[in-house]
Design a protein. Structure first.
Ligand code: URA
Length: 233
């Protein structure tokens, strides 16, 4: 028995040395309730074979602090077999309230932009880099992107679109893993694994700055040409 206590004491000392206060977290990690929605199913969601299954697995996510302030987890919406996936930045207030991406003013403009190149919202898939709203609509923080990006990767792996359209700088920088400016990145076709990757100004930026609309139209026409070339439905 003495041996047990010695071993336990030396284990605890080592834990304190390594993790300091984190010891409390480590103990909590063995409590299934405390781990609900965090690392308990760390790998289970990776095995999902459909978007519906993936959404069920991750919608109680607590991998970053945004779960504290979100109302709804905004997984994504649209055609699970879409040839074209649009990726925005993060839910805003309307999206957080309704649990759907791009349903506010920016979303209305996005719907019109898609219609201008003969795309219905129901035929595409729309999601975001972050699934939860950052308070005050601030930019996503690096740790939030690191926590959430694997979910987007899994969505793209399941959908396997021919074309990915990044809406705005953040989506483009995150998917292309670059810090290049939007003005450097837009106006050309990039690749992301098997998909073409296009970049459009974020519709919220177009609402703020209508002088960008001329460039945005060029970008939309480039996407439309790709849709025809790749025989996108
Ligand atoms: N802006 C985004 O980037 N995504 C949304 O879903 C809504 C607004």
């Amino acid at each position: 028995m003495d041996d047990f206590y010695e071993k336990a004491a030396s284990f605890l000392e080592q834990q304190i040395e390594l993790y300091g206060d984190e010891l409390v977290m480590e103990v909590a990690a063995h409590n299934p309730d405390a781990r609900e929605g965090s690392d308990r199913d760390a790998d289970e969601w990776r095995q999902s074979t459909s978007l519906i299954d993936l959404e069920k697995q991750i919608s109680a996510c607590r991998k970053c602090a945004l779960y504290n302030t979100r109302n709804k987890f905004v997984f994504g919406s649209g055609n699970p077999n879409a040839d074209i996936v649009l990726v925005g930045e993060a839910p805003g207030a309307d999206e957080d309230r309704l649990g759907q991406p791009f349903v506010g003013r920016a979303g209305e403009l996005l719907t019109k932009m898609l219609a201008a190149i003969d795309l219905q919202r129901s035929s595409v898939y729309i999601c975001n880099i972050l699934k939860c709203r950052p308070p005050q609509n601030r930019d996503p923080a690096p740790d939030e992107i690191v926590a959430c990006k694997p979910y987007l990767m899994k969505q793209l792996q399941l959908i396997r679109p021919k074309i990915i359209v990044c809406l705005g700088r953040i989506a483009a920088q995150v998917l292309l893993e670059t810090t290049d400016s939007l003005s450097r990145l837009r106006g050309q076709i990039h690749r992301f694994n098997e998909s073409e990757l296009h970049i459009l100004y974020h519709p919220a930026a177009l609402l703020r700055n209508p002088s960008l609309k001329r460039d945005a139209w060029e970008d939309l026409k480039r996407i439309q040409r790709s849709l025809l070339e790749l025989k996108v439905k």
